[in-house]
Design a protein around this ligand. Structure first.
Ligand code: PLP
Length: 446
């Protein structure tokens, strides 16, 4: 068999990668199998998957129960469409299950195959909602700087990280970004949001879309009262509020959905990733009873929006089993408890190492910031590559993590599978300590 690295270089365009580097060096790691929080590559190296791959393998790798449910469904009815008046049991049951675990008043689900499709769908749905009520000017979407919402046309545009607009320009018009509450306070961030609303004209705004905790932006946990104020602002100006729960859903933050941490109910919620723990692609949008009723009463003719795989029966059957496991194994509680342990570990590292600034977790979503001076929060020069060096040092010690360097930050993100146990948290923390210490020495900090 031809060398996998050579074939990879020749034929596989990797997502979010440097094509140049890939062509030169090929894949650095080719994964072969996974079990629990661990991944093993083709050379037999074992890694702690401290990011649940892409914040999605919530219940961990290699769960036989999911494989069995998928195999049974594949044999019985692998695929059948849910277009128009067709339906099937797995999608019906999953829609009902998701309604039952969603915040009160959100009871109808539109399915997609992933996060970007979910956000694009939510944006089309809110514009449709206004249009059928004769308010077609309400088209604009306000999101937050440093927010990440995907790479489809609307989800790229709503993303608040300009690097993602580089490839093809800002994809669409009618998207604006307000300040993130990161590093600031609620008052300032809400004032920014209000200013954007006033500048754009409230009568032109369809929705505000935001993550309960910004993930790809660097695990930025907002002040506890921030989203309550966002909700008030939305109500004041009659703007819909969409929560992007694509990372934060299904136990990641120690609650079933991230917004529960802030005691706020959105009008719509997008989900993906953890709904199947990544075993099969699936996502969706949950809408409020009010929106659902307006759609039912005022939509005329066919709603020309639907994916081939909306409600895919095998993905839906697997998602039901995944949610059952999250509930039966008390994984939301585990996420909360292990998140606290992880934070204790981060705090000890901060006490002992010079270059550790803010550390934070919410459930098993966490971050460690590396700074030149923790007292003043002075950042390192970007060309020192501090966060990427720590990621490399972690990799050498068998831990896969993710750096965030947008806007001159050096943030190490953590989102391990929510099945992680105490001992594994300790190992992760030890390896992080060793990695940061080694980089500290490399860059000449004693
Ligand atoms: N929204 C958030 C908050 C995400 O983190 C992501 C992906 O990381 C997306 C949307 C896009 O999801 P997908 O990559 O499944 O299209």
């Amino acid at each position: 068999m031809e060398n996998l690295t050579e074939l990879d270089k020749r034929h596989f365009i990797h997502p979010t990668s440097s094509i140049q580097q890939q062509q030169r060096d090929g894949a650095k790691v080719i994964m072969e199998k996974g079990e629990g929080i661990y991944l093993t590559d083709t050379n037999g190296n074992v890694y702690i998957d401290a990011m649940s791959s892409l914040w999605n393998v919530n219940i961990g790798h290699g769960r036989e129960e999911l494989a069995e449910v998928a195999a049974q469904q594949l044999k019985k009815l692998a695929f059948s469409s849910a277009f128009s008046t067709f339906s099937h049991e797995p999608a019906i049951k999953l829609a009902e299950k998701i309604a039952s675990i969603s915040p009160a008043g959100l009871n109808a689900v539109f399915f997609t195959s992933g996060g970007s499709e979910s956000n694009d769908s939510a944006i089309k749905l809110v514009r449709h909602y206004w249009k059928i009520q004769g308010k077609q000017d309400r088209r604009k979407i306000i999101a937050l700087k440093r927010g990440y919402h995907g790479v489809a046309a609307a989800s790229t545009s709503v993303t608040g990280i300009p690097e993602f607009w580089g490839m093809a320009g800002h994809m669409m018009t009618d998207f604006t970004h307000a300040e993130t509450p990161y590093g600031g306070n609620t008052e300032k961030a809400i004032a920014s949001l209000r200013q954007v609303i006033e500048e754009e004209g409230p009568e032109n705004i369809a929705a505000i879309l935001a993550e309960p905790v910004q993930g790809a932006g660097g695990v930025l946990i907002p002040p506890a009262d921030y989203f309550k104020e966002v909700r008030k602002l939305c109500d004041e100006y009659e703007i819909l509020f969409i929560a992007d729960e694509i990372i934060t859903g299904f136990g990641r933050t120690g609650k079933m959905f991230g917004m529960e941490n802030w005691g706020v109910t959105p009008d719509m919620m997008t989900f993906a990733k953890g709904v199947t723990s990544g075993y099969i692609p699936l996502g969706g949008v949950v809408v409020s009873d009010h929106i659902h009723n307006v759609l039912k009463e005022k939509s005329k003719g066919t709603l020309f929006h639907g994916f081939t795989y909306s409600g895919h029966p095998t993905a839906a059957a697997l998602a039901l089993k995944n949610i059952e496991i999250i509930e039966q194994e008390n994984l939301i509680e585990n996420s909360r408890e292990m998140g606290e342990k992880l934070l204790e570990g981060f705090q000890k590292i901060k006490e002992n190492l010079e270059i550790v600034g803010d550390v934070r977790t919410i459930g098993l979503l966490g971050a460690v910031e590396l700074v030149q001076n923790p007292a003043t929060n002075k950042r390192f020069a970007p060309d020192l590559n501090v966060a990427p060096r720590v990621i490399e040092a972690l990799h050498e010690r068998g831990v896969i993590c993710r750096p965030v360097t947008f806007g001159g930050t050096d943030i190490i993100c953590f989102a391990p599978p929510i099945v992680i146990d105490n001992k594994q948290v300790n190992t992760l923390v030890e390896k992080l300590y060793d990695s940061v210490l080694s980089v500290q020495k490399q860059i000449g900090v004693p």
